[in-house]
Design a protein around this ligand. Sequence first.
Ligand code: NCD
Length: 315
Amino acid sequence: MSELSVKHLLGIKYITESDIHLIFETADHFKEVINRSIKKVPSLRDITIANLFFENSTRTRLSFELAEKRLSADVVNFSASSSSVKKGETLVDTVNNILSMKVDMVVMRHPNPGAGVFLSRHIEANIVNAGDGTHEHPTQALLDCYSIRERLGDVSGKNVAIVGDILHSRVALSNIFALKKLGANVTVCGPKTLLPKYIEDLGVSVETDLKKTLNWCHVVNMLRVQHERMDINYFPTTREYTQQFGLNKNMLDKLDKEILVMHPGPINRGVEITSDVADCDQAIILDQVENGVAIRMAVLYLLASKIDKNEDHKL
Ligand code: NCD
């Protein structure tokens, strides 16, 4: 099989295990490309991609843009804060205006869960979800699982813990879907108030004791507390949160094995992990960022190969 089963990447929920393996194998090739002295390939020379960011982003936005440029696509960037969205334009109108400029693919980050799915029902272009509110962030989960595969050889059978604000995290949800599809064992750990009620229905275990979780896992993915999504207090103070769910070097050193530490960024140093953890050899946070470019190149390349350009060639 050398084709994805989907036209859009809206979430990990909608893709198959074979899709994930195909993306990984394609990313292996692109990882080799981006480590060459000439980092560019002409694969998407005839493709135009619009990056539509209705919500703040640093890593994801730069990573997509770099991936697109490494594939020689034409790129246009749009950011909600400097656009007509502020003047009351609807999402479909904004996107249709951009598409009438003959855009083939849309990479979109949006604060509303389901924004990508909604858009896919209204426009022809292929859509890549770069994070939709608290729902999914599929390329982040793909790059996370790819980074585990790179370090541990395989994701299947590994014990992976996701720690922190599970309730507001699209990274957590997409990771759970991806890890389960790839055969990992998953535990979520955090304050009870930040663990969604029916999370066990997704086939994960729930734990509120970080030390127990660390003893069990091969990989720990530390999440940021998403204060911007909270309108009430979910725990008494940040200090108390750190005492119970923050990871420090001493805790890692006490374990009888060496576990991998991951973080999707942005890191709040001293809150969910201390600086000595963020910068230690067990932390693969910067590998995740590097792999993000290769993964996004793979996703864009595989989705673009589904675009029928024959119409243009008739001219
Ligand atoms: C995450 C996000 O935006 O969902 N970051 C990212 O994309 N690398 C996680 C976060 O904001 O904490």
